[in-house]
Design a protein around this ligand. Sequence first.
Ligand SMILES: [Zn+2]
Length: 330
Amino acid sequence: MRIDTMKAAVFQGPGQPLTIKDIATPQIGDGEMLVKVRRCGICGTDIHASREGPFMAPPETVFGHEFVGDIVEVGSAVPEGLFAPGDRVTSLPFIGEQTIGLGEISGAYSEYVKVGHELVLKIPESLDDDRGALVEPLAVGLHSVKMAEGVAEKDVLIIGAGPIGLACAIWCRFFGARSVVLSEMSPARLDMARTLGFADFVDPAGDVGAQFEALTGAAPAVQIECVGAPGILQACIERAPNRGVIMGIGVCDHPDEIVPLTAFVKELRIQWAVGYEKEDFQFAIDMMVAGRVDASAMITDVVSLDEAPDAFEALRNPSGQCKVLIDLTR
Ligand SMILES: [Zn+2]
């Protein structure tokens, strides 16, 4: 019944493609459960962790923290009645302090992944596997927008229309922003944003502040930076109105220069946000079930595990792709 090895797409090192290999199936601890993966999203964080730099994952890492699958084994210390084999679930990508899919615990670019029962959530039947794999990226956006502490009735600028920028845009709309404007230059990403119902864009190559004001009649009270490149923060500071909020979501691992005086005289709030809490996962699930949030149009490609290494490489220079899922049932 229990198989000792499983197929996985394994990180070899920077500059090398993922390799499909047989590796040991995770052994679960008493409070843990084994999940047979159905879908797993490829995340920008995974691409980032495959590059040389401070966030690089060690070789032999199996990435994959945006997953949905079926419980196949339940540890002896998991409270009775909570979960049973056959339950379709997702999980926050942590067991205790350790991360799943970023080097510590083997992730879901594989047939099986282990999870700790405390951070596992059931996926209701009405949500398909694809949507189940979007819970995590939606939770990232939800947490970021919550950390802005109020977008209702505000004019919001989102910088970068990748999956996280789009997730933020979806939640800003949900929470009643007056306007949600995306700054993006990739035609494919603009098309995706249109598909998701957004219509107001500015071109980052031009004067973003002037374009924003032409669209909304105001300066952006909330700016959500989802790119993570040096210089963007200062540009946000310069175009912010008094008491504006700037959210740092994009991962920038280079030194970046700002002029604090400009932020100081406007009493700006610069807030960073990373990750999410279990309630964010649950809310994302609930709102998808209720039909009030749907991000499934973001899924541009669904590939098999064997195709995952090529898809992963292609995402280094995205063209038409937005969210790429690995289908482990194929
Ligand atoms: Zn992710």
